[in-house]
Ligand binder design. Structure first.
Ligand SMILES: [Zn+2]
Length: 309
């Protein structure tokens, strides 16, 4: 059995990396600038990080804000030109001679919560992200569902938000995924900003909207309340579909625990189960769920490979 995995959380500007042992949170985190647009420089950077380690890891496990196209094996990760459209797994395996495991960041978050966080005592964990976008990942028995594609649990996309909230008509905004009416367009940071601009003709970032909501400002409160009404039905439906008994929330907006509680207040009564305990809860698996989740998926993948051998 492998001793260590080198895990990476790859973002548009920064690569974070740490060494992990099985069943433990990753160790000290090192940071590097993400090479802009140059795949060769990207591969060279990863190689040099491995060369600098005191001992060679058993595998590389990578979390990133994208998916692996299950038909072509190529990455769809629009905000990182250095790896978008590449077969990063094959390229890195050839360059380093190590097994490479790549997973979507929301999936890594969900696994991190299932293994180390709020989902520790639950069989089915549906991790949801309220960040730059709205995403999610689904875990059963600590194992990710549909790891290869990264689509399972992605409740943020689909033409589903209500068109009327109270007396007010809310248009279906166009989404980056090609559809319109996605939860992603109204419930992440940019979505909240878009909703506020539509309702009040005022440009205001999500943090300012949330602080206005906390301060009892009417406009900010209306924006947040509208956002909650738009996401409640789709999220309740997703929870019914998955059978999740806990829904840890992560991403920038979920750092606002009052917002997470408000989401739970609107969503829980719409679920069929209507449990007495909080369903949507703040994440508790630490500051590096991407690294922790990638490492856990990496160890699981190595175990599966060893069992088959
Ligand atoms: Zn969409």
């Amino acid at each position: 059995m492998a001793d260590t995995i080198l895990c990476f959380d790859i973002g548009g500007t920064t690569i974070r990396t740490a060494t992990a042992t099985e069943g433990a949170q990753p160790g000290k985190v090192a940071r590097f600038d993400t090479p802009a647009g140059d795949h060769g420089a990207f591969l060279a950077l990863i190689s040099s990080i491995i060369d600098d380690l005191p001992e060679r890891p058993a595998a590389l496990a990578i979390s990133l804000a994208g998916i692996v196209n299950p038909e072509t094996g190529r990455l769809v990760v629009a905000n990182i030109p250095a790896i978008h459209g590449t077969d990063l797994k094959a390229d890195l395996e050839e360059r380093t001679g190590l097994p490479v495991i790549i997973a979507n960041d929301a999936d890594c978050f969900a696994v991190s919560e299932a293994v180390f966080g709020a989902g520790r005592d639950h069989d089915i964990v549906f991790g949801v992200i309220f960040g730059t976008g709205v995403g999610g990942g689904l875990v059963s028995g600590k194992r990710l569902i549909n790891r290869a594609g990264g689509f399972a649990g992605e409740w943020g996309h689909g033409p589903v938000v209500p068109l009327v909230v109270g007396e007010r008509t809310i248009p279906h905004f166009a989404c980056g995924c090609g559809l319109s009416g996605c939860v992603d367009t109204v419930a992440g940071g940019p979505g909240l900003q878009r909703l506020h601009a539509f309702l009040h003709g005022e440009t205001r970032g999500a943090p300012a909207i949330l602080s206005g909501w906390h301060a009892g400002e009417a406009r900010a409160a209306q924006t947040v309340e509208t956002c909650l009404q738009l996401l409640a039905g789709p999220l309740a439906m997703a929870i019914n579909l998955t059978g999740a008994t806990i829904v840890p929330a992560g991403g920038g907006l979920a750092r606002d625990h009052a917002l997470v509680a408000a989401i739970d207040d609107v969503v829980r009564p719409l679920t069929l189960a209507k449990p007495r305990h909080r369903l949507v809860v703040p994440a508790t698996s630490g500051e590096e769920p991407g690294l922790a989740g990638a490492a856990a998926i990496g160890f699981q993948t190595l175990e599966i490979a060893a069992d088959r051998a």
